[in-house]
Design a binder for this molecule. Sequence first.
Ligand SMILES: [Zn+2]
Length: 136
Amino acid sequence: MRRPIMTSAAFLSQPSALATRNDGKVAQDLLDTLAAHANECVGMAANMIGIAKQVIVFDDNGTARAMFNPRITAQSEPYRTREGCLSLIGERETTRYRRITVAFDDMTFAHRSEDFAGWTAQIIQHEIDHCNGIVI
Ligand SMILES: [Zn+2]
């Protein structure tokens, strides 16, 4: 179900709790809300729809994917860039990494680890920041 976008900086600056296997609906609502904003948004975290759980969705080269409890376990090739956010007005500067390894739980709550690079890696880093209460 499509959900309204949370824009409260006070809410968004709080770290989210670990997700559990009962949070599948949160992931589906995020996927639905991302699809509804596909023309202006490439990723979302659950706190952006008002749910402070560690769930993210992102565009992976044309396919929308969800992750629970994502953690970056390796990163390399830092660069400076500017990013916007559906929850915020304007853009902010930040450091990202061209290559990352992410550990996460998948839709069946199996634990996985996967490498990402480039644009997809940048989206994931932005959404993991949201899970940690970092707003960029
Ligand atoms: Zn954002």
